[in-house]
Ligand binder design. Sequence first.
Ligand code: HEC
Ligand code: HEC
Length: 355
Amino acid sequence: MIAWIIGIITLLLLLLMIWRLRSERSESGSNSRNFSSSDVSAPLCRKINQNPKQTFLRSANMKAQRTFLLALTSTASTPSRAPSRAIHLMCGMRCIKSSWTIAAAAFALICLIASGCSAPSSRATKAESTNPQQTGLANTQQAELIHQGQLIFDETPKYAGSYVGNKLACNDCHLQSGTAAYAAPMIDLAGLFPMFNKRAGHVISLQNRIQECFSRSEAGHPVPEDSGEMKALVAYVNWLSRDGAKGKPYKGRGFVKLPALTADPVNGKSVYASQCAGCHGSDGAGVPPVLPAVWGSDSYNDGAGMNDPAKMAAFVFHNMPQNHPGTLTAQQAWDVSAYIHTMPRPKFNQAYKNY
Ligand code: HEC
Ligand code: HEC
């Protein structure tokens, strides 16, 4: 009986909504001119309305990604967030300009949902789990954690310096904040763990895998599992994995497959001089943090995945030279990797060899 009444109210509201939409369209000429292109909030509105993962992946430049994440976190009450909160509010108002219509739609939707669950017990649980204040707070904290995770990922020596022994960031090898295909991306990765690890000889967790990159690629030592840094990194990887199916890897996971060729480090030396030294330096030291070191004390250690010439060849073939990726032959990629492999680098601390 109650469901019927709610149904009729819903129908009336929908009719009202259609009527409002028609009258709004006739007014919209003057409205739209008010939103000039200089209005910063307009693009953000569009972004928030889109699928967040798509938006994130499409915004190649890191600033846009950060702004986007900031927009997600902007309801936090920290003073430093003030400008983005303002943008968020403006955006909110802009997005919900035709508030009347949307309010009616929302109410209609709520009525529909309510009529679907007329059993009192299920209604009680629903009300509890959708308490807007609680969910809002949890969302904000989660978004803040994800944002922190991306900062650590992009600038590891700056944000997790006490665990890093060189000057490399995760982002130097896992390009575009871990979103670039065939640069060992983090997308849809979380659902693959726990997984058997050949190097360790046993099953490891995502946390263990991250620790592995800290003690080898970062030439440092493992971040404790219960530390804020680990929680933030895991939240970030989980966020990039949210659309993934459990156990199903992303298409661009790992690196491209290269044929196993016999490498010539002597030819690699000349490839390095002509194609790489301009950025990574003739001494391999680069200019961290902008241009990472490929050997020497600021580079990964001899226990790292990148220290395997086959892995580096596959990485380099698809991703380097950074300004002209895809211009090297497979042979050149092998040769230059073999050359870099002959150079000195930090030693892996065997105390961390569990993974
Ligand atoms: C020097 C380069 C380098 C740096 C720096 C680096 N990694 Fe890695 N990472 C690798 C390589 C190489 C692999 C192995 C990829 C493969 O074999 O497909 C890898 C694999 C991973 C994997 C598993 C990926 C998969 O597909 O199974 C995770 C997770 C990971 N790294 C996290 C991190 C994090 C977090 C950081 C920063 C704290 C980091 N890495 C820093 C080179 C690096
Ligand atoms: C235009 C500058 C530029 C050139 C040229 C270049 N790189 Fe890079 N390279 C980078 C940057 C910047 C990164 C960090 C990732 C990023 O931001 O794309 C990087 C990352 C790397 C990494 C992983 C991180 C590390 O330091 O170990 C390796 C390995 C690498 N480059 C090898 C090479 C090789 C080999 C060549 C030559 C074939 C080359 N690069 C040419 C700029 C360059």
